[in-house]
Design a protein around this ligand. Structure first.
Ligand code: UT7
Length: 329
């Protein structure tokens, strides 16, 4: 039986660029070492788009896989949310480009910008529509193409980020299954910790902004590190409490893949065992909104997650934003 109030993820898909960039490759670009990157972040390589690969293109590939696995035609999608801070262009939205690629002509399509927490913001928005019963099928994509916004002369940031897309189909499911709780948060006072100074309406592109390298990510890594550990722990505990569970009930934690050390600290504070956390940061680095849906898709495909497992998803990112969700898989 399918109840209107129960909402779940019924399928997943992912798409990653073909080009691998290893830590050794980066040693030839900036003053860094495989040893530093591995020990401080856990990253070994990342995927970077080539000139044929775009935000909407990767999102489309991931979406087609998720739709096929859900057994849905594109025309059956009512809402298409693309969580991204790196759309193909300033306008129109990446979501409208994906809609056109898929021919999902019955869907309302929009982008959602919440930094690396974009996927969990999208999950929360989709949950409201599906619970209200106003829509039946939602396609949610988390996609970011960060490589064009990375300053390849700044070793503090260029070693961290990568590109990728993950998609899920959400619909109503049997009572007791699917999303048990989800919560999203923002603190705009911390906007200056992670931002791109120019290219928006307050500082449009000019010769000066390009010369001053103002179109690249600027980040206060250590401050975000502390913020990330605290908010990941707090928000995970909050969503567990919202659904009457504790960490003892959890099977797996699927955290945003930004830094292996952040994940390890959070894991320890939550009292979880190392084998309870899913990690793929060594292969992709930080792929922002795509981080959690790609991790989820790989875990499902590899059979690491079984029906009935209780999962906690948790993320943080530019804004600053953060959020968490509990899923009965
Ligand atoms: O999705 C949200 C996105 N952002 C994040 O999640 C960022 C969270 N923060 C982090 O992951 C970490 O703070 C970083 C990985 C960014 C930095 O690690 P850290 O352990 O906090 O290092 P640090 O910034 O305190 O720097 C330590 C040293 C510095 O040298 P000095 O000043 O001690 O001589 C840096 O210049 O490490 C140096 N360093 C590097 N050395 C070699 C910074 N980046 C590199 C590098 N290779 N790539």
């Amino acid at each position: 039986m399918v109840s209107r109030s129960a909402v779940g993820i019924v399928s997943t898909g992912r798409a990653l660029p073909v080009s691998h960039v290893s830590n050794q490759d980066l040693e030839t670009v900036v003053e860094t070492s495989d040893q530093w990157i591995t020990s401080r972040t856990g990253i070994k390589e990342r995927r970077i788009v080539n000139s044929d690969e775009t935000c909407s293109g990767l999102a489309t590939i991931a979406s087609k896989i998720a739709l096929e696995r859900a057994g849905l035609r594109p025309a059956e999608i009512d809402l298409l949310i693309v969580a991204t801070v790196t759309p193909d262009r300033q306008m129109p939205s990446a979501a409208c480009l994906v809609q056109a690629n898929l021919q999902a002509y019955n869907a309302a399509a929009f982008d959602l910008a919440a930094g690396c927490t974009g996927f969990l913001f999208g999950l929360n928005v989709a949950e409201q529509y599906l619970k209200a019963g106003t829509l039946k099928n939602v396609l949610l994509v988390g996609v970011d193409i960060l490589s064009p916004f990375v300053n390849w002369q700044d070793r503090n940031t260029c070693v961290l980020f990568g590109d990728g897309a993950g998609a899920v189909v959400m619909t109503n499911v049997e009572p007791g299954r699917g999303l048990q709780a989800s919560k999203i948060f923002s603190d705009g006072h911390k906007a200056g910790l992670l931002y791109v100074p120019s290219g928006g309406s307050s500082s449009p592109a000019s010769l000066r902004t390009v010369r001053e390298r103002r179109h690249y990510i600027r980040m206060n890594g250590p401050e975000i590190f502390k913020f990330a550990v605290n908010t990941m722990v707090d928000s995970t505990l909050q969503v567990l409490e919202m659904c009457g569970k504790t960490t003892a009930d959890l099977d797996y934690l699927l955290p945003h893949q930004a830094n292996r050390r952040i994940i390890n600290f959070a894991l320890k504070r939550l009292g979880l065992k190392p084998e309870q956390v899913l990690v793929n940061i060594h292969r992709y680095g930080n792929i922002s909104s795509a981080s959690i849906p790609v991790l989820l898709d790989e875990a499902v495909e590899q059979g690491n997650i079984k029906e009935g497992d209780l999962l906690a998803l948790v993320s943080f990112g530019a804004g600053l934003t953060w959020g968490a969700a509990v899923l009965n898989w």
